[in-house]
Every structure is written in C-alpha cells, then in structure tokens.
Design a protein around this ligand. Structure first.
Ligand code: ADP
Ligand code: MG
Length: 703
C-alpha cells in the first residue's frame, strides 16, 4: 500500500546502520521515512556556480571552487594542530585548513598536479589572505560538476550526527535514497477542491521539490504548498475543537439587561465609553445570550479600558441571577481590581469580595458562606479562586485577567464550579499580532479594543545613554517639583540573579544620594521582599507619600497611579519589546504629559537598537508586537513558550500571515459545509486529520 512506504522505520533505509539510526532517533526524533521527509532544509545554496579564486571575498557566504592541491603541511601541535592544503586554480591560490580530523585529511589529500577537486565552504580573510576552514572537498566527477539542480538544501545537523557521517550532505544522501526510490509515494492529504482553489502543488511533488528543487520557482510553489498544509491542519483542529465544544456544551442564556446594568449605566458610569468599548461590550453580551458557552479573548492595549468592559458584562450576569468572579495573576493586581470594582459599585447594593492567598481563615470562612448563600455578587482574587473549597451558589461568568493563558487543568477547574460551565472572558494585556492570536487562541472568539480613551496625552519616549544620567536626574527633580511621581525600573529578569540584585541596590543607593530625605521620599519594591512589606511600600507610592518608586518588574502588571508621569527604564536594552511596552503603560494614565526614558549603554546590538528605536517611534502595542514577532519569532514571545502549537516545521507566523488567513478561511468553509468531514470529497483531509491527531490527548472539551 502506498502510504505504508513513508511509515517504514528508518532502520530499513539503505545507507543506515544501527548506530546511525539510533543517532537520528536520539538527536532529531526521526523514526520513520516520513519523519525524515519532514526534516526540511533550512536554507539552499547554489551548487552549479563555480567561483574563481580571484573572485573570492568574505562577503560571500559560500563559494564553490574547482582546482588542484599544490602543497600540504601540518602546522602547530596538540590543540593548535592543523592541516593546511594550498589550493590553486588558474587565477590564484588560497588555503584550506582543517583543525578537526587533521590527521585523516593529511593522509587523504596529497599534492597532485593531475588531480582536480571541487571545494565548497565559507571563505574568511586572515591577514589579507583568504582561507576556507573545514571545506567540503571531493575529486571532480560528473555528479558534482553537472548537478541537475541549482539549489541544494542545507540541513541542520549536530556534532554527534556529523561524527556518524550525517552532516548536511549525509542527510541529503539519505533523503535522495528515499525520494528517488521506485517505491516513493506520498498520499495527498488535501482535497481536489482545496488544491485547485489555491493552485497548490501536489504533496508528493512538493516534498520532492523542497528537498531537491529543480529551480527557484518550483521551490517557492513547494514551500507555499507545505506551509498551507501545515497551517490548514492546525486551524482545522482548532476550529473543530471549537465547534465540538459548541455543540456538546450548552451555555447559560443571559437574556436580560436589568437593574444592575441600567442603574450603573445611567447613574454611576464614571465616563463616556469609547466606541470600541461599546462595540466589544455588545459583542460579549450577544455571545452570552446566544445559548453557546462563551470562550472569548478580550484584547486591548494597556490602558484601553478592559476592566470597565468586563465589569459591565459582570452586571449583565448579575441581572440574570448569576454570580461572577475575576481572577488576576498577582496579589497586587487582585487588590487593585478589588479597589476599582468596589469604587464602581458604590451605593448600588452589590457585594464584592476579595480572596487571595494571604487572607486569614476567618475572612475566608465568611467569604465561603457568602458565596454559597448567594449573597456575594462579585468575587475577585488570585489563583486562590481555583481552590476546591471555593464553591459558588450560581457562578455564571468568569473573567480572567492575565498575560499568559491559563493551563487546561486550571480552566477545567473553573468549568466545574457550576453544574454547567460558566462563560469565560480572558483579558489579555499583551497585544499580540493577529497571526499569533489565530494560532494561539484559535479556538476562542476574539474581541479587540483598538481605541484609547480620549484625552490621553501620548507618552513622550526618549532614549538616553547611561553617561547622561545627571541630565536625567535634573529632569526628575523638575517633574517632582511639578508634583509628579516617578518610576525607576531595573531589570531583574531572574529574581535570583545576584548581579541583577546588586545593580538594583546600587541604583537605589545612588538615587537615595541624589534625592536626599526629607525633601525626597523614595520607595523600593522587589521580588525578595515579603508580600506585606512590598504592599506597604507600594501603598506609600500609590497614596503619593513617596516621589520615586525604585522597582523591579513586579510593577509590570497592575499598578495604577495616575499621578506617576515618568517611567525610567534602566538597562532598557535587556528588556524585550513587549515588556518595555507594558512598563511604559504604567504612565500616561493621568491628565499630565508623561515621559518614558530608556537608559542604555552605548554598546547596543542591532536588535537592541531596533527595540529602542521602535519604542521611541510608536506607542501602538499591536505595531510593537509585530516587530517583536519579527525579531524573536513566535516561540519566544511572552506566554507562548509552553504552547506546542507554535512548533511549526515550515510556516512562519511572522511572514506567512496571508497563507494563514487563507488556510483558516478554507478550514472554516470546509467545516461549516461538512462538520464531521464525512463527505467523500473530504476523505483525504479526514484521513490525514484523524491519523495525525489519534495519538494526542483530546482536550477539545475544555478550553
Ligand atoms: P486596561 O485595559 O489596561 O486594563 P484599565 O481598564 O485599567 O485598562 O483602564 C485604564 C484607565 O482608563 C483606568 O484608569 C480607567 O478608569 C480609565 N478608563 C477606562 N475607560 C475609560 C473611558 N471610556 N474614558 C476615560 N477613561 C477611561
Ligand atoms: Mg488591566
């Protein structure tokens, strides 16, 4: 049968022996022919082009030369031992050098005026002369001078694989054996309809072209096809999970807009809602009234007013006889939400509770009672909300304020807090590019607040060097004289880093010297402080008792001090873009002109400079997230690392947005026409979908 060929265990491949097979499994997780076929080149080189020695320069990534060995010698000893061969063509000479395997090459490569070699490698300049270290070298033959394909794939390899002869070239050889065998056959996994709609290359052809492209154009088509396929099946899976959940899980129907909502909206609304706030509030309300159980992501930049939107929808839940809760990632943030919501609910006969890890047993007992007898309308807290003893009378809506998506197990706990799962609204403070949202949160509905409340002055961002510190201190004094408060943030990326901690303390001391008491008051907050000490310092700043808050990134999430108008970020080059953006979002919350000053050393990497420039240029979180995605790739973006979904083998979410949109639309269209994929025309899709998901745990019920 055709499909069995590619599932042949890798041991059966010609050219493989036990040690090699073991190494492929261990190093690259390659067990079958199919696994190897999916191990795509990461780059291509043109092996039909031959350079002349006098054309060589170090701007060329690789050169291929043709010529003779005219002299050899062993140089150095022990660790500096190296074999050097003088290589010559009709235009000049250069040196080939081997540090590893010097002895082997000295025995096999001899000066011979009658023997021609093909040499391939990266040229480097040393003292005005060129050399190539560890080149590929082999005698001229028909095979290496008349290659059919201009483009040759380059594969990632490891030291251990190379030792077994499986460097890039060795891997290519194995692939050649599979792909040019008479049995080579790969089943199509897309339907004829999809293939013709997007004019996709067939799968078998695409796999061949990706490894051994005949020309650039065919390579592009092969790439497009394989990217489409990869993204299509991810989207199909996400959308199928979503539709399964929707058909198997009923949601509470919030049909009413009642007194809680109307009273607040007409008599207590602190400000006019922005257009975006109105729009998303409505989206959420409609979703909660539809009979489906809502699983929705509420995206919006820092300060865009997500809390108010969540609160309005909590009132709707209450109007329909339900309790609600709001879960925050840190104690400080939970406290702040509690204060905000207590303020919003003043004089409206609404009971709001706070539950965090540090709450005493007595307080808890009272809360538990109020939750169970239904007296408590809104419960705010940290992960403590997940505990089993937290039992609601009738929980209808869960709001989660977080940067990172909660784990499946945690969400399952929330679901279990009522006989029927409550609606779930996840507020994300980290704007993420659309492509990433579609993949990471592809099984959720998304609402986006893309408008800031009016009257905000945009934050002025300045990039300054450490050597200008005096000027920055002067500016700080001016601002304090105007009655403003200031944050100074130090990178304590890893709270246990001794160096980072020392930097923070040194910084604090120099600030304390430059801003002496009693004229100036300085707070400090860091991760090694006890929670209550932290809270005390934080509160002093919130109340305006201190002028300067020296802190680590603990202030990243949460605190809201409208009077703070200056954010100084030390060693800004060490922060990622999304972190810088989050930090900057701590200021610009009041009526005053706000400033963000990025302090860095003169020495900046290219990436570091781009990060600084991006921050100075824009305050748009979505634009910043796009740059971040391009710089770091999706795997490193905050909160996404645990997600296996981003282990893509060929598609690139930073570059392939258009392919992703097309693939998602196609998946959507197919599922709405054939939800269970049982129509004959979709057989290839169903077959592939089922066989690749069979081994994975089915979490589709929970999201
Ligand atoms: P985030 O989306 O970052 O959670 P918040 O909900 O904390 O933003 O809102 C940021 C600030 O903007 C708060 O002080 C809030 O009171 C204020 N705010 C929210 N909506 C509006 C609005 N429509 N007009 C004016 N200010 C608003
Ligand atoms: Mg918020």
């Amino acid at each position: 049968m055709a499909s069995s060929f590619i599932h042949t265990p890798i041991e059966y491949l010609k050219g493989i022996w036990t040690a090699r097979a073991a190494m492929l499994k261990l190093e690259l997780r390659i067990f079958t022919f199919n696994d190897l076929l999916k191990f795509y080149p990461f780059r291509y080189v043109d092996r039909t082009k031959f350079y002349k020695v006098n054309e060589v320069n170090d701007t060329l990534a690789y050169v291929q030369l043709r010529g003779k060995i005219v002299g050899t010698q062993m140089l150095g000893e022990k660790r500096t031992l190296r074999f050097v061969a003088k290589f010559m063509d009709d235009t000049g000479k250069l040196e080939l050098i081997w540090f590893q395997g010097a002895k082997y090459f000295s025995e096999n490569i001899k000066p011979d005026i009658n023997k021609e070699y093909v040499v391939f490698g990266k040229p480097t300049e040393f003292k005005g002369k060129y050399n190539i270290a560890h080149p590929e070298i082999e005698p001229v033959s028909d095979e290496n001078t008349t290659l059919a394909s201009a483009l040759q794939g380059v594969y990632n390899s490891t030291a251990k694989l190379t030792a077994k002869g499986l460097d890039s070239k060795g891997i290519a050889k194995l692939l050649r054996t599979i792909i040019f065998s008479n049995d080579y056959k790969i089943d199509e996994c897309l339907s004829a309809e999809v293939l013709s709609r997007y004019q996709l290359m067939g799968r078998q052809e695409a796999v061949r072209q990706i490894h051994f492209p005949q020309n650039t154009e065919l390579l592009k088509k092969a790439e497009f096809r394989l990217k489409f396929e990869e993204l299509f099946f991810i989207q199909l899976k996400l959308l199928k999970q979503k539709s399964m959940r929707e058909t198997t899980t009923k949601g509470f129907v919030f049909s009413k807009v009642g007194d809680y909502f109307n009273n607040f909206y007409n008599n207590h609304l602190p400000f006019e809602l922005t257009g975006a706030q109105k729009r998303v509030t409505k989206e959420i309300r409609i979703d909660m009234g539809s009979g489906k159980q809502m699983n929705r992501l509420l995206q919006g930049d820092v300060g865009s007013g997500k809390t108010l939107v969540a609160f309005l929808n909590m009132l709707i839940a209450m109007d329909n006889g339900f309790q609600t809760c709001l879960m925050a990632p840190t104690e400080i943030l939970a406290n702040q939400h509690f204060q905000t919501i207590s303020e919003l609910t003043k004089n409206q006969n609404i009971t709001v509770g706070l539950l965090t890890g540090s709450k005493k047993t007595k307080h808890r007992r009272m809360l538990h009672e109020q939750l169970q007898n239904g007296e408590m309308n809104i419960l705010i807290g940290t992960h403590a909300l997940l505990e089993d003893e937290v039992i609601f009378k009738n929980l209808g809506l869960v709001v989660i304020d977080e940067q990172h998506r909660f784990g499946v197990a945690q969400r399952a706990k929330m679901w279990a807090k009522n006989t029927q799962p409550p609606h779930v609204l996840i507020m994300s403070a980290t704007p993420i590019p659309r492509t990433l949202a579609m993949t990471l949160y592809g099984d959720l509905d998304v609402s986006t607040i893309d408008e800031m409340p009016p009257g905000r002055k945009s934050i002025k961002t300045i990039h300054s060097f450490d050597s200008h510190r005096d000027r920055v201190f002067g500016f700080m004094k001016e601002q304090i004289a105007l009655g403003r408060q200031i944050y100074i943030v130090y990178p304590l990326i890893n709270e246990s880093e001794k160096m980072d901690f020392k930097d923070l303390m040194d910084g604090y001391e120099s600030i304390a010297r430059a801003f002496p008491m009693p004229q100036y008051q300085v707070s400090i907050v860091h991760g090694q402080m006890k929670a209550d000490a932290k809270d005390y310092e934080m509160q002093r700043f919130v109340k305006g008792e201190t002028h300067i808050m020296v802190a680590t990134t603990v202030i990243e999430v949460g605190v809201n001090v409208p009077n703070a108008s200056v954010m100084i970020i030390e060693s800004a080059e060490r922060f990622g873009l999304s972190q810088l953006h989050q930090l900057r979002g701590r200021v610009g919350r009041g009526a005053d002109q706000s400033y963000c000053i990025l302090m860095s050393s003169y020495k900046l990497s290219a990436d570091g400079r781009l990060r600084m420039d991006t921050m100075v240029r824009t305050t748009d979180g979505f634009e910043i997230a796009e740059v971040d995605l391009k710089l770091r790739g999706p795997g490193d973006l905050s909160g996404t690392t645990q997600s296996g979904i981003l282990d893509l083998s060929i598609a690139d979410l930073a570059k392939d947005a258009q392919i992703l949109y097309a693939a998602r639309n196609m998946a959507q269209e197919i599922l709405s026409d054939d939800p269970s994929l049982i129509k004959p025309k979709n057989t290839p899709i169903a077959y592939h979908f089922n066989s690749s998901n069979r081994s994975q745990t089915n979490w589709s019920k929970i999201s």
